[in-house]
Design a protein around this ligand. Structure first.
Ligand code: SF4
Length: 226
C-alpha cells in the first residue's frame, strides 16, 4: 500500500448532508487549492487559503462517524481541485473503499491522470465560461472512456457567457462523442457566494451578470440532452 505514506492533505472543510454531489446522501470533503481561477467560483475560500493540514487517520475517523447517515450514498472529494493532492486522494479513496464506502471525485478535468480517474466515480465540471476551447476535455473524457470510468458531466450555466446555442451544441457534441448516453447536468449560476468574495477582499467578477433561472436550464437541457 505505497500510497499510505502520503497521510496528510490540505482540507478546507467537511460537509455532511449533500444530495447533489453524487448518488444518494453524501459527505463532501472540500480540498484546498485549485489550478483554475473561475470568475464565478462558488468556493473562493478554497483557493486562497492553504487549508488545514489533516491526517488521513483523523479524516477517516471523522468520515466514518457519519457512515450510518451516508451508507446509501458515500463520500465525495471536492474542492478546490482534489486532483492536485494526488497521493493523499489516492490513499483516502483506497481507505474509504476498503470500508465499503462509495467514493466520488469532483474535478475540473484539467489534470488528466489515469490513477486518479480510476480512483472513484467522477463528476467532471466543464469550464467553458472563459474560453470555448474544449481540448483539455477531449483528452480527459477520452481517457475516462478508455478506463471505463463512470462519469457525470456538469456545467455552470452563466447567462450571456456560455448559454449561446453554439457553445451549448459544442458541449453536447463533446460529451456524446465519448459518452453517447451521457447527459449534462446544468448548474445555474448563482451569486450566493458574493459575500464570501467581500469577506476575502476579492473582486467578484460576475457580480453584474444575472443569475440563471429554471427556464435557462431547461432551454440548455433541451438543446444539448437530445
Ligand atoms: S475549478 Fe472549481 S474550485 Fe477551481 S476556481 Fe473553478 S469553480 Fe473554483
Amino acid at each position: 500500500m505505497a500510497a499510505e505514506k502520503f497521510c496528510v492533505g490540505y482540507v478546507d472543510s467537511v460537509y455532511c448532508g449533500s444530495g447533489v454531489d453524487g448518488r444518494g446522501l453524501r459527505c463532501v470533503v472540500f480540498f484546498s487549492g485549485c489550478n483554475l481561477r473561475c470568475p464565478f467560483c462558488h468556493n473562493p475560500e478554497t483557493l486562497y487559503k492553504q487549508g488545514t493540514a489533516t491526517g488521513i487517520d483523523e479524516l477517516m475517523a471523522r468520515l466514518l462517524r457519519y457512515k450510518p447517515y451516508f451508507r446509501r450514498g458515500g463520500v465525495t472529494l471536492s474542492g478546490g481541485e482534489p486532483f492536485l493532492q494526488k497521493q493523499f486522494v489516492l490513499a483516502l479513496a483506497e481507505r474509504l473503499k476498503a470500508e465499503g464506502v462509495h467514493v466520488c471525485i469532483e474535478t475540473n478535468g484539467h489534470i488528466c491522470d489515469g490513477e486518479l480517474i480510476a480512483a472513484g466515480d467522477l463528476i467532471v465540471d466543464i469550464k467553458n465560461q472563459q474560453s470555448g476551447d474544449l481540448s483539455a476535455y477531449e483528452k480527459f473524457l477520452a481517457e475516462c472512456r478508455r478506463l471505463g470510468a463512470r462519469v457525470e458531466v456538469t456545467n455552470v450555466l452563466v447567462p450571456g457567457v456560455n448559454d449561446g446555442e453554439e457553445a451549448l451544441r459544442a458541449l453536447g457534441s463533446l460529451v456524446k462523442k465519448y459518452y453517447p448516453n451521457g447527459k449534462i447536468r446544468f448548474l445555474p449560476f448563482r451569486k450566493l457566494c458574493a459575500e464570501k468574495y467581500e469577506n476575502l477582499g476579492l473582486p467578484f467578477v460576475y457580480a453584474n451578470v444575472r443569475e440563471a433561472e429554471e427556464e435557462d436550464v431547461k432551454r440548455a437541457e433541451k438543446l444539448v440532452n437530445l
